[in-house]
Design a protein. Sequence first.
Length: 322
Amino acid sequence: MAWKARRETEQVPFQIQGKVGRIEDPPHSVFFKKYVEANRPVVLSGVMEDWPALDRWSWDHLAAVAGDCTGEVIVSRNGLYPDYVTQPSPMAKVEMRFAEFLRRAVPAAGMEPLPPILEPGETIYLYGKSYLLDAVPALRADLRTPACLGPAAQPFQRLWISSAGCVTPLHYDLSNGFLCQVRGAKRVWLFDPGQGGRLYPRGAQFPGLDNFERQTQVDIHHPDLDAFPEFRHATALECHLRQGDTLFIPSNWWHEVETLEPSLSVQLAFAGGTVTSELAVLSDLFKRKKPEELMTEPSVQRLMQDPVMMQALLRMLAGAAR
Ligand SMILES: O=C(O)CCC(=O)C(=O)O
């Protein structure tokens, strides 16, 4: 059954346990011990204070420096991304110049709206991509690696740029993530990893091998409780992200993200605290480094010394080969 567009109401059909805590940018050792190793979400303020992007990345500036780049964006009829199972899909992937994308995602007062691609009321998302950062090195130079990740960190960077109303449905990632809010606002619902049985992942085994397997089957704002009875016990933490906030989403925590106003978030993926985050970062490394460079990587060294990680890697490889 097709998932419905989000309701325009504050009521949600699951229990709210409270809000994600907030702290000022902590030292590396504190952040790793209290949050990464404890697998506990938190909103950090001040992490982006030294990022040129925070002041410089107005929508006009981005259009001026990157407007000519072309890449994939996703248009959705009902605001939901990605709904892999609905046929016909509410989404369409489109190649588009970034200047046109910005006109659609961030309508400016006094500008004639462009004709819709699918239908009036559609939303548009540049969905977790790095191509702008690769094409315009000056953009990457406006980002910094947060000090709380430690001196050796090289987190994988992706951009998420969305019009109001975009919703990334509930899923979990294997890596730890920072969602750094550079422009606009988002609401995030977080469910801890122990609630997998209430959230009905599409993949039968943990960890799911791809985005599809790591997504819930439940339309969490309009749940079918006959099909998914345990969902009635699901309990979430709530978080409002505003410009300058950084949300730490720990490895394997379920999250749904709703864009409240036109938004640009930088996602930083990194390892620590869980085996799955180490494996996720390794698979990113495999894409970026030559085999001879990999042997000295700390995550590869840890993998070779740790039978649990080795076993998890073999299980994931076996799954991918099937
Ligand atoms: O911001 C979004 O829409 C989704 C981001 C996300 O899923 C993540 O940072 O892991």
